[in-house]
Design a binder for this molecule. Structure first.
Ligand SMILES: [Ca+2]
Ligand SMILES: [Ca+2]
Ligand SMILES: [Ca+2]
Length: 318
């Protein structure tokens, strides 16, 4: 403004022009001002719009923020929960790990025990096998023993039968012995003597040979048949018949020189006890034999069968 007043002082003519210029400028400025105002109005509208948009955006942001905050809180809670769960899981994991360790130890122990049990089972199985064999053997032995027992019982039953039979036999034998004893007693009373399973009777009377032979038969015997040296020795040592003659059961009356015993058996060359040159068949009349009892072994003579001598009878023991 100070500048404009300076220009007016300088010249009047200029002043009018200047005024005109100024007016024009003023008009321009007014136009410009209106334009600016219009622009300002636009800007203000835009500003209002922006404010409104800002408010809307802010509102949205607040809403979003709230939402986000809620979500964040929710997430925080989830996180906390997850953390808690994780902690719990960790604790559980620790427990599980410990339990697993314990289980591992238990498993090792169980494995060791299983080994022991398997060995024990093997032992037991072997023992069982042995016991089975023992049982089988025991069963066999029992069966054998039972068979033996049955056999023994059978034998015993048989033995008892045999015993019964033996008892009967013994009774019979006792009876027989009794009979023999009775017979012996009777023979003894009748003058018979026993020697080596036979009885001998030395008579005190004298008879011819044939009469003597028959007398012996009547008494249940026969004229003695001398078959052994023992029998000969027994006869020649008989007491009290020493130095006496007795007919014996030997004769050659059927065929001269062929001496036979009364049972018709021929005289055995190994058991004949003739005295000296006997038999001499003296006067061709001697066909009967006698023994001279005098303790001399060779003591037989041939004599006449009509001579009378004592006799020796022989009888089997019944
Ligand atoms: Ca005889
Ligand atoms: Ca003769
Ligand atoms: Ca003679």
């Amino acid at each position: 403004m100070q500048t404009q007043f300076i220009l007016i002082d300088i010249s009047k003519e200029d002043t009018n022009s200047d005024i005109h210029k100024l007016r024009s400028e003023n008009e321009n400025i007014t136009i410009q001002k209106r334009a600016v105002e219009s622009q300002l109005s636009g800007v203000q509208q835009q500003l209002e719009t922006l404010k409104e948009e800002h408010a809307n955006v802010t509102k949205d942001l607040v809403a979003n923020l709230s939402d986000i905050t809620q979500k964040l809180e929710s997430l925080q809670m989830s996180y906390d929960n997850a953390t808690a769960i994780t902690r719990t899981l960790k604790a559980n994991l620790t427990d599980i790990t410990q339990t697993l360790d314990i289980l591992k130890v238990s498993y090792a122990n169980a494995t060791a025990m299983t080994d022991i049990l398997e060995r024990n089972l093997t032992d037991i199985t072997q023992t069982l096998d042995i016991l089975k064999v023992s049982y089988a053997n025991a069963t066999d032995m029992k069966e054998t023993l039972e068979r033996n027992l049955t056999e023994t019982q059978r034998i015993l039953a048989g033995q008892m039968n045999t015993n019964d039979n033996l008892t009967k036999e013994i009774t019979k034998l006792e009876k027989a012995v009794e009979d023999v004893q009775k017979e012996a007693w009777l023979k003894f009373k009748a003058g018979w003597e026993y020697f080596s399973g036979k009885y001998y009777y030395f008579s005190t009377d004298n008879k011819k040979w044939t009469e003597s032979r028959d007398a012996c038969v009547t008494m249940g015997g026969h004229l003695v048949i001398i078959e052994t040296q023992e029998e000969q020795d027994f006869l020649i040592h008989h007491n009290p018949a020493q130095n006496q003659d007795y007919w014996i059961g030997l004769t050659d009356s059927a065929e001269e020189g062929k001496w036979r015993w009364v049972d018709n058996s021929l005289l055995n060359n190994n058991t004949k006890y003739w005295r000296g040159t006997e038999p001499d068949n003296w006067k061709d009349q001697e066909d009967c034999a006698r023994v001279n009892v005098n303790r001399v072994r060779d003591s037989w003579y041939d004599s006449s069968c009509e001579d009378r001598y004592k006799r020796i009878c022989e009888s089997k023991a019944k």
